[in-house]
Design a protein around this ligand. Structure first.
Ligand SMILES: [Zn+2]
Length: 211
């Protein structure tokens, strides 16, 4: 199976069902919630996104898109890392990045982006473990390609000072990504700046959405 099942079919698959039950239980133990918003995406002042984990609320995903079960896996990965990490979560870099995206100036932009990318790479590696642990019927190679498109998206954000989901979700961009993780955020930055084709595909995906 290439794509996760739709919302109606999610509960037919044992792996997904087990993951959703596990998510609700594990979040509940920390007095947190699993929130499934019936919209195509969530919105922030600087753009759209498909899910988040917050230590005040829990895990929230937008369910009116075909990827939502995978977004759930990703956000649960953030939650589990937080839990394993003695519930220490440094929102600093993400907040600085928000400020920068909203037009504010920040020091150490490059380090801030790398730090956000570090958290995301950790979450993506954990997400792969979750997919395997729950025997979820989803191709791991395809997941990693998607995840890499997301990692390269952060490099694009660094270059363009814009948050545009379409860039990370473009089929053309995803197809240009490899099916193994690079070692660290710096490796993604290096690869991104060497890969003209990838940058071109990302720019095209961004421009395609403009009217
Ligand atoms: Zn994330």
């Amino acid at each position: 199976m290439k794509y996760p099942p739709s919302i109606e079919r999610v509960f037919d698959s044992n792996g997904w069902f087990d993951l959703i039950s596990f998510s609700i239980d594990e979040l509940e133990k920390e007095n947190l919630l699993l929130i499934i918003e019936e919209k195509p995406y969530l919105q922030d002042s600087y753009g759209n996104f498909r899910g988040y984990f917050s230590e005040d609320v829990g895990v929230c995903v937008a369910s009116k898109n075909e990827y939502w079960p995978l977004v759930l896996v990703h956000e649960m990965a953030h939650f589990l890392i937080w839990k394993q990490n003695d519930k220490h979560l440094d929102f600093g870099p993400n907040m600085l990045l928000d400020k920068w995206l909203e037009g504010g100036d920040i020091d150490n932009l490059y380090e801030t982006i790398l730090s956000c990318m570090d958290d995301e790479l950790l979450a993506e590696r954990k997400a792969v473990e979750i997919l395997q642990q729950f025997n979820i019927p989803y191709d791991i190679d395809v997941y990693i390609q998607d995840a890499n498109a997301y990692m390269f998206f952060w490099c694009w954000v660094y270059d363009h000072r814009k948050w545009d989901n379409k860039v990370a979700n473009s089929r053309k961009v995803i197809n240009l990504c490899c099916n193994y993780f690079l070692e660290n955020p710096e490796a993604y930055m290096l690869d991104y700046h060497k890969n003209h084709k990838l940058r071109l595909a990302m720019n095209e995906a961004h421009d395609a959405g403009k009217s």
